[in-house]
Design a protein around this ligand. Structure first.
Ligand SMILES: *Cc1c(COP(=O)(O)O)cnc(C)c1O
Length: 396
């Protein structure tokens, strides 16, 4: 069969299993209400947890910075693309999360690929939670290290794997907040294991940064791993990564850790070296975003209130919310088709809540990933709950 025909056949197969995905073109900014292909929806589908993606202060910052510094960085960091705004942002990010140094990447996917491949080769081993983000899985494959995946949050299994490993360099990799479940990794226990077995601990905080911790400094603040009692770097094996396109509302990512680690990554992280630096105007926006995050206690309190309201109101539904205290609230439906139907039924009511199906989540756990934002109001949660209860009654 010629290759293009083969692709068409495979696409038809995916469609027959009800797993074809499509994109909907959005018009206008991200927010609680969005316009998709000519229709307005109340949306529970973004990672813009603090409602900053469309914030007027960030927009103004980008406009000013574009006027002064232009649009594109024009080169990679090691050539002429590294801008004073990048440099200042790296220092601010490191201080913000309480680690000695930081390095920018254009996105979280690239950060994960870059760090893992810079630290591990084929004599080495990575130990990864089964529910880690796809980019960490790809990073492991690209590094050619042995890839050990342990059952979700199963520290005993992880410890057995660490004890059995003869690898030269070991790295434990985990999402700090799991992206499709919203639950937290036990970072203090993982760090203790890393230290006991001489391994690195790589923490992907894409969904914790800005959201967790009293000042939104993320999972390390939440678990009191840095900044308590003083901003000291007590854990040289700790590598922290967070993205800047979710709660921070902009784009990009950074890795933070010891000065030696950051120096090494500057020399060896291929996804930092062989790519154009992100536009300096975005660094300006992130710097402003950091201030809004730090002063964002009201936004985080709003978010906590909404989470509680949703969880209380979801009791009595035929579908269960997985335990989660974060803005990621997975409503488990089970079968793919049923999850898609529920999402469709909400859509006809003007509610945008995407169904997440395998392979993004394990078989038989298709779900609605309800994602809350400080931009939502209580009435928005109530509207979602009313729709879910109404659909549940119709199904009976
Ligand atoms: C979104 C996400 C990434 C990728 O970050 P981008 O900046 O969007 O490329 C990495 N890890 C996790 C856990 C994520 O949720």
């Amino acid at each position: 069969m010629p290759a293009p025909t083969e692709l068409a056949a495979r696409l038809a197969e995916i469609a027959a299993r009800g797993r074809l995905r499509r994109r909907w073109a959005r018009d206008g900014g991200q927010g609680a209400h969005i316009w998709l292909e000519g229709r307005e929806y109340l949306s529970f589908a973004s990672n813009d947890y603090l409602g900053l993606a469309n914030h007027s202060e960030l927009v103004a910052e980008v406009q000013i910075a574009a006027g002064r510094h232009g649009v594109g960085a024009g080169a990679a960091h090691l050539l002429s693309g590294h801008h004073a705004l990048h440099q200042a942002l790296e220092a601010e990010l490191a201080a913000f999360v309480g680690l000695p140094a930081a390095l920018l990447f254009t996105c979280g996917y690239m950060a994960n690929l870059g760090v893992v491949t810079a630290l591990l080769g084929h004599h080495d081993a990575i130990f990864a939670d089964r529910l880690n983000h796809a980019s960490l899985t790809d990073a492991a494959i690209l590094s050619r290290a042995q890839h050990h995946r342990y059952p979700h949050l199963d520290l005993a299994a992880l410890e057995r794997m660490l004890a059995d490993s003869r690898a030269r360099v070991k790295l434990i990799a985990t999402d700090a907040v799991f992206s499709m479940d919203g639950d937290l990794a036990p970072l203090p226990e993982l760090l203790a294991l890393a230290e006991r077995y001489g391994a690195w601990l790589y923490v992907d905080d894409a969904h914790g940064f800005g959201v967790l911790g009293a000042e939104g400094r993320g999972s390390l603040e939440h678990h009191r791993l840095t900044l308590h009692p003083s901003p000291l770097p007590p854990h040289p094996a700790l590598i922290y990564m967070a993205t800047l396109g979710k709660a921070a509302g902009v784009s990009g990512a950074f890795v933070a850790g010891s000065p030696e680690l950051i120096d090494w990554l500057t020399q060896r992280a291929r996804t930092h070296i062989y790519t154009t630096a992100s536009p300096p105007m975005l660094a300006a926006a992130v710097r402003r975003s950091l201030r809004l995050i730090r002063a964002g206690e009201q936004r985080r309190a709003q978010l906590r209130g909404l989470i509680e309201r949703l969880r209380r109101g979801a009791e009595g539904l035929p579908w269960r919310l997985r335990p989660s205290d974060t803005p990621i609230q997975p409503l488990i439906v089970g079968e793919d088709a049923a999850a898609v139907q529920l999402s469709e039924a909400l859509r006809t009511r003007g509610l945008w809540v995407p169904a997440i199906r395998p392979p993004t989540v394990p078989e038989g756990t298709a779900r609605l990933r309800i994602s809350l934002s400080a931009a939502h109001r209580e009435a928005d949660i109530d509207r979602l709950l009313e729709a879910l209860h109404a659909i549940a009654t119709e199904c009976r």
